[in-house]
Design a protein around this ligand. Structure first.
Ligand code: ATP
Length: 489
């Protein structure tokens, strides 16, 4: 690209606090995301994916599925039921301990997670350069987690440190109470305690309970993995930030079963692979991704890292990578009375496998992709909004635009659209000036605009305009399909 061509596109710097507002509005206007049941004023933290959103989401899920089940010969997929025997959730520990500590501010009537209030306070101390204070509070926080009455210990810590809510500055706190995040419903005609079932709060347990079914039916040998994409439900105390924290969301999880003692090696390999997937397969900016090591581990884990993304509202988790030991299979062995051991056919060794899990949220990733891609710039002095999505995830792969509808150009463009549509999602647009049509496509992240002009009819060629650089090249009509296919691998 020459310098003069580069200068056509001038970037505009956007303050991060403006980006969310613009994203939410673009998502609705162009059919990515709508508020659920909007005509009835919606439902808190529930959203619907529109025509373009459902395509983009499907692309994310397809890329993830391929990265697991095609790239690895020893990973197979399942699609387990959302409702399961309630004993599953007793065994997994969710009935007794899938709780978050909740605290209310009596003055502002706002509800918070007590752990978040303290963690934000520690972060603020660090930002203000008060490292000693941060360390002291961190120490007390960790001790509170292990205390006999941890609710009381968290409350006392908040009061002793004079911690206030960062959004309101108020600190008129109630006691801390535990709140179970699982949604309960009743199965059958009679609503009594015997009929309680739960909407699954994670997809992982559907994999654990099918360990032997999958292993036997697919003749899998340890180490092997089981992948699953599916809905999960959590009655979150604090919702919000658009689709970042929802009550109904989709997880993409893979449980990798290994021989005890080899989990650290498997963990490292998955850590590297998962991080690279975000940059290499999805095109997310590397500098916006961060590692976070858990010091405070969940009861089932011996090592845990999160991949975090720099959202416009802060750096937050998009995927957890956990070494879950043999906790889950052991628990299911105890609660179901079924043997969960694996017998190595070659060595005759028997053991309950250890598990390394990669657990990503599809909706959070969707938001990360939009936030990373959203750009405002100007082309030859004309301002535009452009989603710089990687062609692999972009919902519409190309737009076919006749320069004019008349003179055979409209027919030729429709013919090309039909030919390409067998393989790609293509839009045809003949309304308005060509510049306006480019802008419409830029805004939804369409990587290529293919224009059919007078020359096309004479020479069987079209121009391809690249979204990011606004550069154009002329190629033969017969090569367009091959051109697009090459850009999407
Ligand atoms: P958080 O601390 O943000 O509540 P978590 O640590 O509870 O998340 P996990 O249980 O590890 O999350 O779930 C794995 C992934 O599922 C998360 O990295 C996230 O992408 C996604 N996820 C979890 N809860 C939600 C939610 N309420 N809405 C959307 N995605 C979620």
């Amino acid at each position: 690209m020459s310098n003069s061509e580069q200068k056509r596109v001038q970037s505009v710097k956007l303050p991060p606090d403006k980006v969310m507002h613009k994203l939410v509005s673009l998502a609705k206007r162009r059919g990515f995301i709508f508020q659920s049941s909007e005509i009835y004023e919606g439902l808190s933290s529930c959203f619907d994916y529109g025509p373009l959103g459902s395509e983009l989401k499907k692309n994310i899920k397809d890329l993830w599925w391929k990265s697991m089940t095609r790239r690895h010969q020893n990973i197979v997929g399942i699609d387990a039921s959302i409702m399961m025997n309630p004993r599953v959730w007793e065994a997994s520990g969710h009935v007794s301990s899938f709780n978050d500590p909740m605290i209310d501010d009596k003055t502002t009537k706002r509800r918070y997670r007590a752990d978040h209030i303290i963690e934000n306070h520690i972060e603020k101390l660090r930002r203000d350069g008060k490292d000693q204070d941060a360390l002291r509070v961190q120490g007390r926080y960790e001790a509170a987690g292990g205390a006999k009455d941890s609710n009381r210990a968290l409350y006392e810590l908040i009061i002793a440190e004079g911690i206030k809510a960062q959004d309101t500055g108020s600190g008129d706190w109630t006691e801390v109470r535990q709140f179970n995040l699982m949604f309960q419903c009743n199965m059958g005609a009679v609503a009594d305690t015997a009929s309680i079932v739960y909407l699954r709060p994670e997809t992982a347990q559907g994999i654990f309970v099918n360990f032997h079914n999958v292993r036997e039916s697919s003749r899998m040998r340890v180490p092997f993995g089981i992948a699953q994409i599916g809905k999960a439900f959590r009655n979150e105390i604090v919702k919000g930030n658009f689709i970042f924290r929802m009550v109904e969301f989709e997880q993409m999880e893979m449980q990798y079963f290994v021989k005890p003692g080899t989990q650290a090696e498997a963990f490292e390999a998955w850590r590297e692979e998962r991080f690279n997937w975000y940059t290499e397969s999805l095109g997310i900016s590397r500098e916006k991704l961060h590692w976070y090591k858990h010091d405070k581990l969940a009861h089932y884990a011996d090592l845990a890292y999160d991949i975090k993304f720099e959202f416009p509202f802060g750096i937050e988790e998009i995927e957890g990578i956990h070494s879950r030991t043999d906790f889950d299979l052991k628990q299911h062995q105890e609660f179901s009375g079924k043997n969960m051991e694996y017998i190595d056919q070659l060595t005759n060794e028997r053991y309950i496998p250890y598990v390394v899990e990669t657990s990503a949220g599809c909706d959070r990733l969707f938001l990360a992709l939009l936030a990373d891609a959203y750009t405002e710039d100007s082309v030859d002095g004309e301002e535009r909004v452009v989603l710089r999505l990687s062609p692999k995830v972009a919902p519409v792969k190309a737009a076919v635009l006749p320069l004019m509808k008349k003179g055979g150009m409209g027919e030729a463009a429709l013919k090309l659209r039909d030919e390409l549509s067998t393989d790609f999602l293509i839009q045809y647009d003949d309304a308005g000036s060509i510049g306006k049509r480019y802008r419409r496509q830029d805004e939804i992240g369409t990587p290529f605009c293919i224009t059919v002009d007078h020359q096309s009819l004479e020479e069987n060629t079209v121009t391809v305009r690249y979204r990011d650089s606004a550069l154009q090249e002329r190629i033969e009509i017969s090569r367009v399909k091959e051109f697009l296919a090459a850009k999407l691998v």
